[in-house]
Design a protein around this ligand. Structure first.
Ligand code: SF4
Length: 325
């Protein structure tokens, strides 16, 4: 990607290396909107007037998701949830309020919640407890499971047909490669845009920005002057995760061979489609006896309840929702 700026800092020309073409900023914005719409239409991700719950983190991708979805779906059918994880210096109250104000301008209500509300502790406290007990579980593991749980819970509460997240092409390609490296075929198949969740308690997830590069969502947010938060989470470099290694390798290959990530995701989707349609039967997952949420077959309790027990939290708040229901 090469960007040519004018005297006032305005972007004049953008080079899209994987298409070998130069666009103006207006053409670039139009291109992204059209590609997202075509992707959603091609996979029939949204059929009509379904309610969609947007997971908005306050980062650039969530602003782009809000903007593009409001162009292709009635805003009265969009609701959003923002989660405060409780990480020092990250996703602060004022960042979330900025996001909420912008969503309101689009006509979309944002529900603000937090890990503390769902579990009784911030992520910072959870990680401290895990480290104290020498548990080798990264902050991102707790964070990922909790975010998915909370979004799913709100989607169920509001009768949403889908949860839409701002995952971009880079995120998608990295997860695909991680699943291949780990031999996780089920995980790979579940990444197909049309795959169904393995439990009736899980609201289907859609990723409208799935074929848009991360540099493109960044540029889109910059051109549109979205007030996104630019601070990085302090945990991003605290553990050398497989994702961090995969990200580095993929970025290098993409720079040398533009279009690689797009081709990889598209090729895998094409291979997964027949598998999905012919060979993969979705088995309804059992429910955790402690919290009532879906868990993998063969486990005595779900991964989240197991992790909280290990760090010494005997009664996380979310278990009480289930036991008093
Ligand atoms: Fe959560 Fe990890 Fe992302 Fe930080 S880097 S916000 S802990 S997933």
């Amino acid at each position: 990607m090469v960007v040519q700026k004018g005297a006032g800092g305005n972007i004049l020309r953008i080079y899209q290396p994987y298409k070998h073409r130069i666009l103006t900023s207006d053409e670039f914005i139009e291109d992204i909107r059209l590609r997202v719409k075509n992707f959603v239409d091609m996979h029939k991700l949204i059929k009509g007037n379904e309610t969609i719950l947007l997971g908005l983190s306050g980062g650039k991708d969530s602003f782009v998701l809000l903007d593009v979805l409001s162009m292709i779906h009635p805003v009265s059918k969009l609701i959003a949830v923002s989660i405060i994880e409780g990480i020092p210096g990250y996703n602060k109250h004022e960042d979330i309020m900025r996001m909420k104000r912008m969503a309101k301008d689009y006509g979309v209500d944002v529900i603000i919640t937090s890990f503390r509300e769902y579990v009784g502790h911030s992520l910072y406290e959870i990680v401290k407890m895990a480290w104290k007990r020498r548990l080798k579980v990264s902050a991102c593991t707790f964070c990922g499971i909790l975010r998915r749980r909370i979004l799913n819970m709100y989607a169920r509460m509001h009768g949403a047909s889908f949860v839409a997240t701002g995952h971009n092409l880079d995120d998608t390609a990295q997860t695909m490669l991680i699943n291949i490296l780990r031999g996780d075929i089920d995980g790979l198949i579940r990444m197909h845009p049309r795959s169904k969740p393995p439990s009736s308690k899980m609201v289907p997830r859609i990723k409208p920005l799935r074929m848009v590069y991360e540099w493109e969502t960044s540029l889109y947010a910059y051109i549109m002057r979205f007030p996104f938060q630019e601070t990085e989470c302090m945990y991003i470099t605290s553990t050398p995760t497989l994702r961090a290694k995969v990200r580095r390798v993929m970025q290098r290959i993409e720079t040398e061979e533009p279009g690689t990530l797009l081709r990889m995701v598209k090729t895998l989707d094409d291979i997964l489609t027949p598998l999905l349609e012919k060979q993969f039967s979705v088995e309804e997952l059992p429910l955790c006896p402690r919290c009532g949420e879906p868990m993998n077959v063969g486990r005595p309790v779900c991964k989240l309840c197991e992790l909280f027990e290990k760090i010494g939290v005997s009664k996380p708040i979310y278990q009480m929702f289930y036991n008093t229901a």
